[in-house]
Design a protein around this ligand. Sequence first.
Ligand code: C5P
Length: 230
Amino acid sequence: PHIVAIIPAAGVGSRMKADIPKQYLTIGNQTILEHTLSVLDKVQYINEIVLVVASHDSYLDDIKENFCRLTKPIKTVVGGQERVDSVLAGLNALPKDAWALVHDAARPCVLVKDIEQLIETCLSQNMGGILASRVKDTMKRSIKGSNQITETVSRDNLWHALTPQLFPTHQLVASIELSQKHNATVTDEASAIEFAGGQVLMCESSATNLKITTPDDLQLATLILNAKQM
Ligand code: C5P
């Protein structure tokens, strides 16, 4: 099967409190986005990469010349208001019979072997799936705007949904369109598939596959990527 990686990278990353979108912050001598691209480029099953960016993205111009170092073909499309709009824009650039592997630009620490495991599992079972990790900490709930505990939530069978998330393109497009028609809250690709009644597998990810959201995450990702290069 033809597998295309879609990288939503059209967000502004306001929680990072930086002057530039977080995917263009540098770790070592590369931007976060370039780290992410170089991991996906090493995944043997991926045929091409679709990068979803903001319109008039001057930060992209600064790194575009480095794309020639990638071995896989890469094209860019313009994203939308919400992450889901950006993913749809990417999906529209894909052949209908392709599998779409959606991976956040903000997750540069994902391991090649975990992505390959996800792809192998999904293709062998002919079902979409995501990388996920089991919840290890005790979970608490508070009421909105308060730090006071109202209850302890059982962590049994609870998982963190990560990316990549892999689905047949036609199934993902139809599911996202259905969820939008019904104004359903969809925060990842799997939740759109679930809304449409589809089944989704989970593949356990290495714990290092964090999403860079805050300045703390950036420090942690720097440690992880430096350790990888040693
Ligand atoms: O903001 P958050 O961390 O959830 O974003 C996850 C990913 O989705 C980031 O890589 C971000 O650039 C991307 N995104 C996007 N289009 C948006 C919002 C977020 O491509 N409108």
